[in-house]
Design a protein around this ligand. Structure first.
Ligand SMILES: Cc1cc2nc3c(=O)[nH]c(=O)nc-3n(C[C@H](O)[C@H](O)[C@H](O)COP(=O)(O)OP(=O)(O)OC[C@H]3O[C@@H](n4cnc5c(N)ncnc54)[C@H](O)[C@@H]3O)c2cc1C
Length: 410
């Protein structure tokens, strides 16, 4: 295993983190007050978001995950951990910086695998913030879900192009997205049977069937069921080679899962901050809640869960930066971060008493949102299978200490 640099962050990253944190607290958290700027689905009203995005650009904090050549700040995965965490201290944070899913993962994968012409046509407008995007993989039964080899949406070669037929659902952002990536079946080969394509929402044969009502607050554009009825597109809209759809999915999903973890850490910290504000002043039996042992134990467990998830996230980010797939590292981080978010939100609601159950604080928003964390981008059970599989394959390698060969890392 290659050298690890430990868990410190460098001063430049820390300075950026501090600027993002200050911006979020000064400009975004106030927009949460009284739900005055909420849209119908518990997210920031799209006009308020637009104004905020202009401010973020002016502050030089836009798209930190994108390479500088593409208009971003060129941060490594490792540097993104504290920055994304700071960003999601507000429930409205990530889209303001152009760092919300699914745009975040879509931009990253297009930057990695698209041709220069495809980048100019499909990536640049997302990076600039002119359009939003969606990633369409999951299908209703009996199509693909946890198991992408079950995907049924089919792309058939016709002349110089492709015709796509099928149905997808729970496609985040589809209600407002202009650019879509779709994973479709091009053959029955078990490993190389899928291919990815990019298309515009105005393409004939594409339609939104419905915006699926969900229990949580929604990303802009909701979670939609979409249909392809003979949608014809050119071969220049194919991403990577024919049969590389699973590979593209793996390239996209690893970092996308990890950036979810980073954002969830920020939300979890916010839940605990809301808790601290109440238990520091609220009394029971002549004592502050914060001085009661059973309350402190709940806080300790929630804070420890966040820190464990953060260290796992940093380790996986470092592994990705080294060019590794970091499969089990990402799975461990994702399971831990999803659970830490649940614990923090639940602890907050419990310790705020009745107020925690109200919509006066963001805790109930975070609690409802948190439930998707154990499902999206791979259910926790699937990630646990990956972790167990890695350990069973080689228990010694699983727990091998990374050896640092340079003096600075010792
Ligand atoms: C809010 C939200 C947003 C989403 N956004 C998108 C999106 O933008 N694009 C997109 O393509 N998809 C999206 N999805 C879909 C999401 O990725 C899938 O829900 C997820 O991959 C699981 O697939 P499924 O729902 O078909 O569950 P199924 O595959 O039907 O599995 C159901 C349950 O069975 C268990 N299970 C399944 N397989 C295994 C296994 N191998 N081992 C152990 N247990 C297993 C798990 O508990 C799992 O939750 C979104 C989902 C939600 C809830």
């Amino acid at each position: 295993m290659a050298v690890t640099t430990g868990f410190a962050i460098d001063p430049a990253t820390d300075a950026l983190r501090a600027r993002v944190a200050a911006f979020v607290r000064a400009r975004i958290v106030p927009l949460e007050a009284g739900h005055a700027h909420d849209d119908a689905h518990g997210n920031l009203d799209i006009d308020a978001l637009g104004a905020l995005r202009d401010e973020v650009k002016a502050a030089g904090l836009w798209a930190p995950q994108m390479p500088a050549a593409q208009g971003g700040l060129g941060l490594s995965m490792r540097a993104l951990v504290p920055v994304y965490e700071a960003m999601n201290y507000s429930i409205f944070g990530p889209p303001a910086f152009n760092c919300a899913a699914p745009d975040d993962g879509n931009m990253r994968v297009l930057a990695q695998v698209a041709t220069d012409a495809q980048k100019a046509r499909w990536l640049a407008p997302i990076v600039d913030g002119r359009v939003r995007s969606a990633f369409a993989m999951t299908e209703p039964h009996p199509g693909g879900g946890s198991d992408p080899t079950m995907i049924r949406t089919r792309a058939t070669k016709q002349g110089d192009g492709w015709v796509i037929d099928g149905r997808k659902w729970f496609i985040t952002g589809a209600g407002i997205a202009a650019h879509f990536i779709v994973v479709a079946r091009t053959s029955d080969d078990p490993r190389r049977g899928l291919t990815a394509f990019v298309f515009h929402r105005d393409t004939p044969g594409f339609s939104i069937v419905r915006r699926i009502p969900v229990m949580g607050p929604e990303e802009h554009g909701g979670h939609c069921e979409i249909a392809f009825d003979g949608m014809a597109i050119g071969d220049d809209q194919r991403l990577m080679g024919v049969g590389d759809g699973l590979k593209l999915t793996q390239i996209r999903l690893g970092p996308a899962r990890l950036t979810h973890c980073m954002r969830w850490l920020g939300l979890a910290r916010r839940a605990l901050a809301e808790t601290a504000a109440y238990i520091g002043v609220r009394e029971s039996g002549g004592r502050k809640l914060a001085d009661i042992d059973s309350v402190r134990a709940m806080l300790a467990d929630a804070a420890t869960a966040i820190d464990v998830a953060r260290l796992l996230t940093l380790r996986a980010a470092e592994s990705l930066d080294r060019g590794e797939f970091a499969r089990r590292e990402i799975s461990m981080a994702k399971v831990a971060a999803a659970d830490a978010l649940h614990r923090a939100a639940d602890t907050g609601i419990q310790l705020l008493g009745a107020r925690g159950y109200s919509t006066d604080t963001p805790l109930e928003w975070i609690y409802r949102y948190a439930r998707q964390a154990r499902l999206v981008d791979g259910a926790s059970e699937v990630h646990r299978n990956v972790i167990a599989g890695a350990w069973l394959a080689d228990p010694d390698a699983f727990f091998a200490w990374p050896v640092a060969h340079d003096a600075a890392a010792r």
